[in-house]
Every structure is written in C-alpha cells, then in structure tokens.
Design a protein around this ligand. Structure first.
Ligand code: DQQ
Length: 540
C-alpha cells in the first residue's frame, strides 16, 4: 500500500494489477511448491478476456508471479479459459481440467498438463489435442451455457475416475458426474451426484472427504484409514445469491450419490463458509502438511469506476485450514499457521473490564495491517434479552440492531480501521440472546457492520451477520485480520467467518486506530487481547 494506493493489501494475495475474478483455480502442491491459479483479465480491471494467471509459493503467504499458465489459443477455449481444478494422478503427475468457451460460446471441459514435469514451478502447460473431453450435445441434454467448473477428480473403488461439473436445467441446480478409466475418455453418468430443484446454477462445486474426528486433511480419493470414519462435504457457489454454501453428508459410492445428513439441504438455506463477501472457493489436499486448505475470492465493495481508477479489483482471503467440528454439524476454518510468521511486534492486554458503553484503545500496533485475537467473557448471562422467534436470519438481526443499539449482552467486540474521533470505523462484534424466556439456552450472533466504515458514500456497506454455535458460558474468541481494505474475522475459533471490504478515507495507514468496545448494558471481561503489527508479504 502507498499514498496513491491506500487500499492495496499488505498480506492478502492480489495480482499486481487488473481484474482478478479471483476464482481460485487448480490450487495444489507439487514437489513442495504451492500453486495458485486464478481467473484474471490481462487487459483491464473489469471482467473479460479470462486466462489462468499463475503464482507459486513455498508457504502459502509469499508469492512469485509467473506468466499466465492457460490462455485462449484453440477453438475449444478461444473465448475464455474459465474455472477448473487440478488432480494429482497416482504417479504424482498433476493435470488440470478447466472450462473452455468455444467459438459458439458453448462451455466445454478441457485438459491441460505440464510441459516439463521436472520444473517444480510448472510454468508451461500444454493442452491435449483430444480436447474438448466433455461437451454438451443434442443427446446428453446438457445446457451449453451452464456447464462449467470441473472439480478435482477422485478415484472410485472400481478404479474409475469421477469428476463433477456445475450446471442447471431451468431452476434445478446440479452437479453432473462424468467417469473415466484413463482421464481422457469421459462418460456422463445417467444421474447427477446431487441436485436441488429450486436453487438455480451451481458454480464452482467442490466435493471432498473429511475425517469425522480430528483436524487432519484427507486426500480427495481416499477411503480413509482402517477404522476411520469419513464424511463428505459438497460445496456449491450459488450464482443467484453469490454465496458459497456447503452441506455435510455421506458419499454412496455404489450409486455415485451424495446423501446430505439430516437437516442439510443443498440450497440457499445451507451453512456458508463465510457470511461476508466470499465466492467461488475451492479446497485442495496439502500432502506436505496433511491438511485441507480452502481458498476463496473476495471482490470489491467499491464502484466499477473506482476499480478502473485504482487499476485492480479482487483479492484472495488468507488460505484457511478446514476440518469437521466434533459435533459433525459444521466445518471449522482457521488461517494457515504460516501467516503467523508475518507477526511482528505484539501488544498484550490481560484481564481488563469493559464497562457498559466503554471503549479501550489498543496502542502500539499498525492498526491498518494487523492480526488481533481477543478472548471475551460475559458475566451476567441472565441479563441477555430474549430473541424474537422470527429472528432467524443473523444478517437481518445485525442490520436491524446496528452497533449503536444497546442490548442486555452486547454489542461487544472490536472496532477496526477506525479514525481517531470515530468518524469512520468497521465494527465486528457479538450479541448474546436467550433462546426463550426462562431458558438457559443462548444464541450468539456475530456481526460485521460496515455502515460507518467510510465517509465515501458510493461503496456497498451492507452489514453481515452469522450465528456462532458456541456456549457463551465459555470464553468467546474473536480474531480479525485487518489489511487496509479487508477485514477477515473469525468468531468462536473458526465457527463463523465474515470477510468484508471497506475503504476508509480518514482511517488509512498511520491514521488507523484499533479499539475493543462494549456498548451493551452489562460489563464484559477481556480475558486477553493480543495484537500484532503484520509485516507485508512478498506478493507481486
Ligand atoms: N467465474 C468463472 C466461471 C465460474 C464463475 C468465469 C464464478 O467458470 O462459474 O470467470 O465466479
């Protein structure tokens, strides 16, 4: 970030310039090097001319750029190289399946492989003359403008590969399955892996196993260790709402069907990876660290004119380790450990009381580029207000009761990217409600309120909200990654994530402040607060 570019990020991945529709594409690890490809427009800060841009890293945080790996060159992709995924074949060779846009603007699936397997950076890729490998035709009934984003393929017990592709037929969103023995000749399965009748187009599906207990990752084709119970996760990006949803369930390998667990439905009611701005995400299995890592794209909340003026658009969130919670009912996400290497000076506060309507400034950190972790403890749980039965949408609760509304317990949390006199700030906070009168069950809501984030009027300042499945008798944790124009927040140690984009006019660089606050009617304890100034990552 500089005086001319105050909104460029210090440690969130972004290209040197231009539009990154950053759908993360084909993330993988090969010979110890992490690869990230992303949808990019080489010609401007708006969507178009899409190629696969390419960067590599040894730690998922610092990146070296390479020339675009896949770009329009043949009839099967001449109008664009859209999203897709990498698969590491059993002999260790990586291959990429991606969507090409052909001369008739039909969506088809193509394969590309490295030109030189001895190059760990995999700079050059070649496309098979057999492309396209999968195409819509009169017989298969596939909608030619809704057939894209192949997943990482997985190997079944029958030694056949499977891949799913996002699609829709009328309002039905579906994941079409293809199978193959040799990864080149693919056959459409008569039945999709899964579908939903009312959800509309499924973009960027992702399908992967998770272990029932523990946080280690599972390779995409794995059936698990003996005695290990696996569950499967299906994630979709809903074109209609531009959010990423997932469901947890089991994979019926014989029928090639995904069966959601009770209570899950793969549509806009399903849980989300992130309740802020977050789309087109994708995971990969990191064999070096035995974990599954999630990438996601966060676009701008400013106007197209602003994007063109600043010359870029779109960032990636910090890669997150992802695993199944002990409850089996939700996924947990946490920024990869490597990020902590950027932490510099640490400021610590311990056992402070935040009285009703009070603020505590955290001094001594670069508040525009920081990592903050705070642990709250509420005392008088019985003072919580009772939640209205109709309040089932956390985002609505957060926007109806903005940060200035006092309730029994909350709002309390952090004010980030704040100007000295609070003309501008973004607040990330909790409210705790009783589930019912005389009940000892509670509902914890986490909000990210952007409404006061900037004096500039034209930005999208929508307030976001999420329920956090935690017991408020326990300490409540909140972590915020603050990076000039992005605030990536994790509530309850990764049980709820909210990413927002903000563009302060005053609270920039050295003029940015950080506070812990409590505007509720009861005092709240800050058991501990640690804040670190963050070094800039080497990105472009
Ligand atoms: N972006 C890509 C598509 C995908 C969409 C095109 C999701 O492949 O469906 O840039 O953002």
């Amino acid at each position: 970030p500089s005086v001319n570019q105050p909104y460029r990020t210090g440690f969130h991945f972004q290209p040197p310039k231009n539009w990154m529709n950053a759908d993360p594409n084909g993330p993988m690890i090969y010979k110890g090097i992490y690869h990230l490809f992303y949808q990019w427009n080489p010609k401007g800060a708006v969507w178009g001319n899409i190629v696969w841009a390419h960067s590599t890293s040894t730690d998922l945080i610092n990146w070296d750029p390479h020339p675009p790996a896949i770009f329009p060159s043949e009839p099967f992709d001449i109008n664009g190289c859209w999203s897709g995924s990498a698969t590491i074949l059993p002999d260790g060779k990586p291959v990429i399946l991606y969507t090409g846009i052909d001369p008739k603007n039909q969506q088809v699936q193509n394969i590309a492989e490295p030109k030189d397997l001895s190059d760990p950076y995999l700079v050059e890729w070649k496309k098979s003359p057999l492309n396209p490998l999968m195409a819509p035709d009169a017989v298969n009934g596939i909608n030619a403008s809704s057939f894209r984003d192949p997943t990482t393929a997985w190997l079944g017990h029958d030694k056949k590969w499977r891949v799913i592709i996002g699609s829709k037929i009328h309002r039905r969103g579906l994941a079409i399955t293809y199978t193959s023995k040799d990864f080149l000749k693919w056959e459409k399965s008569p039945e999709p892996l899964h579908y939903d009748d009312g959800s509309g187009m499924w973009e960027c599906p992702d399908f992967f196993p998770v272990t029932r207990f523990g946080s280690k990752g599972v390779e995409t084709s794995s059936f698990g260790e003996p005695n290990e119970v696996l569950k499967h996760v299906l994630k979709i990006s809903l074109d209609d709402t531009k959010h990423d949803y997932y469901t947890i369930g089991t994979y019926d390998q014989v029928g090639d069907k995904f069966v959601p667990d009770k209570g899950f439905k793969m549509d806009g009611t399903a849980p989300r990876y992130d309740y802020g701005k977050y789309y087109a995400s994708k995971t990969f299995y990191d064999s070096a660290k035995n974990r599954r890592v999630l990438w996601g794209w966060t676009n701008e909340s400013s106007s197209v004119e602003d994007d063109v003026e600043k010359g870029w658009s779109g960032i990636q969130t910090i890669p997150r380790k992802i695993w199944l919670d002990r409850s089996g009912k939700q996924l947990i996400q946490w920024p990869v450990r490597e990020l902590e290497r950027l932490r510099m000076k640490q400021v610590n506060l311990r056992n402070k009381v935040l009285n009703s309507r009070s603020r505590l400034e955290v001094y001594g950190v670069t508040a525009a580029q920081a990592d903050v972790e705070v642990l709250f403890k509420v005392r008088n749980l019985e003072k919580a207000d009772v939640i209205e039965p109709s309040w089932t949408d956390p985002q609505l609760i957060c926007s109806k009761m903005n940060v200035s509304v006092k309730s029994g317990l909350g709002p309390f949390g952090l004010m980030v990217l704040a100007s000295k006199n609070l003309e501008e700030y973004t607040s990330v906070y909790f409210r705790i409600f009783k589930a019912r009168q005389n009940s000892n069950k509670y509902v914890v809501v986490m909000c990210s309120d952007q409404s006061r984030s900037s004096l500039e009027e034209d930005n999208d300042k929508t307030t976001y909200g999420a329920f956090v499945d935690i017991n408020p008798r326990q300490p409540l944790s909140l972590r915020a990654l603050i990076d000039h124009s992005v605030v990536e927040s994790f509530g309850g140690r990764g049980r709820a994530c909210i990413t927002s984009r903000v563009y302060p006019k005053l609270a920039m660089g050295k003029n940015s402040h950080l506070f812990a606050f409590n505007y509720g009617s009861q005092s709240v304890d800050v058991l501990s607060l640690s804040a670190w100034s963050m070094k800039s990552a080497q990105i472009s």
